[in-house]
Design a protein around this ligand. Structure first.
Ligand code: HEC
Length: 198
């Protein structure tokens, strides 16, 4: 009986040790560790929209909207290796590794309607609320309209070129390489093809 209890106790101690060391390894316990604390921010969920009435006098750069602190980074951040102008290199190197399927269609729709719809519109026609609704509000500048993603010029661009535009940005469109994984960006390309009826 006593032997059994001792065995159980030893197992419990070993399991607790394993659990604690895993927590320590993955950075949840920071004792004896020099990693900076991490803050997980769900992109867009906590964004503030500030309309300052005057220049900010508290910060030297006089801006009210602050950039995230150095210790904040996206969970999916992966650096994209090309600049916007390097589209030829990207076109040579990349090809879409993902095939269309029911899952891909649903995933693409979900991502497009979270990240792209507010400019490009649900069907990619360039009529999202930022373009159509925001300018109706007082003191709001209209945002220069994004192109209709179903037009023939966009249809003619290769998958790699669209992937490159998403990853590195193009003029006013900001890149999403720091927000969406490589797979999700390829899936978005397939979703654009779906919107184009291809
Ligand atoms: C803030 C508004 C905005 C958001 C959000 C946005 N875009 Fe754009 N998008 C634009 C604008 C503006 C352009 C035109 C850029 C230019 O002048 O070259 C553009 C261009 C594009 C193009 C190139 C079309 C072409 O024919 O050259 C693609 C592809 C595209 N967007 C896809 C997306 C996808 C997919 C998302 C979601 C991840 C997205 N965009 C999010 C504004 C936006």
């Amino acid at each position: 009986m006593i032997k059994k209890i001792i065995y159980i106790l030893i197992t419990l101690i070993l399991l607790t040790g394993l659990a604690l060391s895993s927590l320590w390894y993955f950075g949840y316990i920071t004792v004896f560790r020099s990693v900076k604390p991490r803050e997980v921010v769900m992109d867009m969920d906590y964004e503030q929209k500030l309309n300052p009435q005057a220049e900010n006098t508290f910060f030297k750069d006089s801006l009210s909207i602050r950039l995230p602190a150095d210790t904040i980074y996206s969970r999916f951040a992966r650096k994209y290796k090309y600049e916007s102008v390097d589209f030829e290199k990207a076109e040579k190197e990349f090809s879409n590794p993902i095939k269309m399927s029911d899952f891909v269609l649903k995933r693409g729709k979900n991502t497009f309607e979270a990240y792209c719809f507010y400019c490009h519109g649900l069907k990619g026609k360039g009529d999202g609320p930022i373009i159509t609704e925001v300018p109706k509000r007082p003191n709001q500048e209209p945002f220069p309209g994004p192109p209709d993603l179903t037009r023939k010029e966009t249809k003619a661009k290769s998958d790699a070129r669209l992937y490159h535009i998403l990853s590195s940005g193009q003029n006013l469109m900001f890149p999403v390489a720091d927000k969406l994984s490589e797979e999700d960006r390829w899936i978005l390309v397939l979703y654009i093809r779906h919107l184009q009826g291809l």
